[in-house]
Design a protein around this ligand. Structure first.
Ligand code: BES
Ligand code: MN
Ligand code: MN
Length: 459
C-alpha cells in the first residue's frame, strides 16, 4: 500500500470524517459539571459505536467510580508492535458564553477552522487517530496492533484513570503510548512535545473577623482578610519573579548550556508573541527566556481570587473571608505532593496573627520528559519528514497531562506526544478551534507513524 492510497482514502472520506467529528462535538461532555453526566455517557456510547464501525475487534465501555473509559482494540498479529492511543472525550466548561461567536456545541467551519468546545482539546485530536485507524483498517493495511483508551475525566484530574491503568496492566500492554493532546509550533514548523509540566493546584481560605463588618466602624482596627491575602500572595514571588517558598527549587533539574542552546533554536519571536497577546512586555523569572519559562522553569499563578462585595455599585464592607485558587506548574524532579506540602507550611507560616488560613489541595500531577533517542521518537520524526517534508522540532510544553508520568510508572512505557493543534486554537477559552487541515494532515501523519514504528521495530 502506497501512502498516496491512504491520502486518496482520506480525501474521499473527509466529509464523513468531519461529520462524525461534528456529531461528537455536539455532545456537551463537560466533566466538571455534574449536571452534564448524561452527556458524558452519551459521548462514551457514541465513541463505542464509532469504534465498532471503524473495524475494531472489540470496543467496550469500562465503568469507573467516575466517568467511563472507552476501550477498543484490534490485534492483527501478536508478533507486531502494539500502539496504545490515549485521548480524552471530556471538555472544559464554556463560560464566558457571550464571548463565543457561534454556540460552543454547534460546530461551525469558518476560515477553514472547526469552531467548537473540544475541537482541539481533545476531541478533534483523538478522533484523528480513530479515522487513521479507519483508513488503515478499511484498506487492510494495519501496520501495528492498536489499542485505544479514551477517558472522560482528564480535565478534572484523571483520578479514576490511574486506578484503571494500575488494575489493567495486561490489557493495556503495548510498546508505545501515542497521544495527540498538545500543540505544535506552527504549520510551518511541526514539533513533537518532549516534556510536560506537573501541577500542584490548591485553594486557600483566609478568615478574619467572625462576620462581615462595616468598613468604617471597624476598618483599620480589624485586619482585612482581602488586604492580608493580597500581601501574602504578593510575597510568594520576589522582585526577580522567583518563587519564595523555601525549598521550592531544591529538586529542579537545571539544564545544561547545550540543552538551553537547543531550546533557543526553536522558531519563536517574543515580538510576535507580545503582539498576539496585546501586551507591551513579558514577565518571568530573571535570567530565563520566555521559552524557558514556558518549558523548563516551574511557575506559580493565581487562577482566581475573590471575597467581599463584587456586585453592582459599592458596599462598604470589611469582609470576614477571602479566597484564592493557586496553581504551581512543576518541572523534573519536583513532586506535586512535596510542593503542595511546602506551599502549605509556608502559607501557614507567613499568615499574620489577624487571620486564620486554610489550604485545601485539589488535583495534582507529575511532570514528564520523554526521550528523543527511542525507536518511537525516531518513527514520529520519520512520519513528519515524510508527511511534511520537515524534521520536527522537539519542544517542552507548559501544559500538563498527568497520566503521561503515570503511564511510565505503571506500564513502564514512554509516550509520544504527537500534538496536532496550535497554540492559537484557544483551548479552554471562548472560540476554541481546530484547523480542518490539522485534522486531515494529522490523520495522514498518524498513519505514517504506525508505518515507521512497525518498520523500525523490525530492526
Ligand atoms: N491538553 C491539555 C494539556 C496541554 C495543552 C498540554 C497544550 C500541552 C499543550 C489538557 O487537556 C489540560 O488542559 N490539562 C490541564 C491539567 C489537568 C490536570 C486539569 C492543564 O494543563 O491545565
Ligand atoms: Mn487535553
Ligand atoms: Mn484541557
Amino acid at each position: 500500500m502506497e501512502h498516496t492510497d491512504f491520502k486518496k482514502y482520506i480525501e474521499e472520506n473527509k466529509d464523513r470524517f468531519l461529520s462524525e467529528l461534528f456529531e461528537l462535538l455536539k455532545i456537551p461532555s463537560i466533566s466538571s459539571d455534574s449536571t452534564q453526566k448524561a452527556e458524558i455517557i452519551r459521548a462514551a456510547a457514541y465513541l463505542k459505536e464509532k469504534f465498532e464501525a471503524s473495524g475494531v475487534d472489540k470496543a467496550e465501555i469500562c465503568e469507573t467510580s467516575g466517568n467511563p473509559i472507552v476501550y477498543a482494540e484490534k490485534i492483527i498479529d501478536p508478533s507486531l508492535p502494539t500502539v496504545l492511543i490515549y485521548g480524552h472525550y471530556d471538555v472544559q466548561p464554556v463560560d464566558p458564553i457571550d464571548l463565543w461567536d457561534s454556540p460552543p456545541f454547534e460546530p461551525a467551519i469558518r476560515d477553514e477552522k472547526i469552531y467548537a468546545r473540544g475541537a482541539a482539546d481533545d476531541k478533534g485530536q483523538f478522533y484523528a487517530h480513530i479515522k487513521a485507524f479507519d483508513a488503515m483498517s478499511s484498506l487492510n493495511s494495519l501496520f501495528c496492533n492498536v489499542k485505544f483508551m479514551i477517558e472522560g475525566e482528564e480535565e478534572v484530574g484523571s483520578e479514576n484513570l490511574g486506578i484503571f491503568v494500575a488494575a489493567n496492566k495486561e490489557k493495556l500492554a503495548a510498546d508505545v503510548i501515542l497521544i495527540s493532546d498538545t500543540s505544535m509550533l506552527s504549520m510551518d514548523h511541526p514539533s513533537i512535545t518532549t516534556g510536560l509540566k506537573g501541577l500542584s493546584y490548591l485553594e486557600v481560605e483566609v478568615t478574619g473577623p467572625n462576620r462581615d463588618l462595616h468598613s468604617g466602624t471597624y476598618g483599620g482596627a480589624v485586619g482585612n482578610p482581602i488586604n492580608i491575602l493580597s500581601k501574602m500572595i504578593a510575597s510568594l514571588t520576589d522582585d526577580n519573579n522567583c518563587v519564595t517558598i523555601p525549598g521550592f527549587y531544591d529538586k529542579v533539574v537545571e539544564l545544561s548550556e547545550e540543552e538551553r542552546a537547543r531550546i533557543a533554536t526553536a522558531p519563536f519571536s517574543e515580538e510576535a508573541y507580545k503582539k498576539e497577546l496585546e501586551v507591551d512586555a513579558l514577565a518571568g523569572e530573571a535570567g530565563y527566556t520566555a521559552l524557558e519559562q514556558l518549558g523548563i522553569r516551574p511557575t506559580l499563578d493565581v487562577n482566581g481570587i475573590w471575597g467581599g462585595y463584587t456586585g453592582e455599585g459599592a458596599k462598604t464592607v470589611l469582609p470576614s473571608k477571602a479566597y484564592a485558587k493557586i496553581s504551581m506548574r512543576l518541572v523534573p524532579d519536583q513532586n506535586s505532593k512535596e510542593i503542595t506540602k511546602l506551599f502549605t507550611d509556608h502559607f501557614n507560616a507567613i499568615a499574620p496573627p489577624q487571620v486564620k488560613v486554610k489550604v485545601m489541595p485539589h488535583h495534582g500531577g507529575e511532570p514528564a520528559v520523554t526521550p528523543i533517542d527511542s525507536i518511537a521518537y525516531k518513527a514520529a520524526e520519520n512520519a513528519y519528514e515524510e508527511g511534511w517534508g520537515k524534521k520536527p522540532i522537539p519542544t517542552r510544553d507548559g501544559g500538563s497531562i498527568p497520566i503521561v508520568a503515570l503511564f511510565e510508572k505503571e506500564l513502564g512505557l514512554n509516550s509520544i506526544l504527537l500534538g496536532l493543534g496550535l497554540d492559537s486554537d484557544a483551548i479552554h477559552s471562548p472560540n476554541e478551534s481546530f484547523g480542518v487541515n490539522n485534522f486531515l494532515k494529522g490523520i495522514e501523519t498518524i498513519i505514517l507513524f504506525h508505518k515507521h514504528f512497525a518498520l523500525l521495530s523490525k530492526g
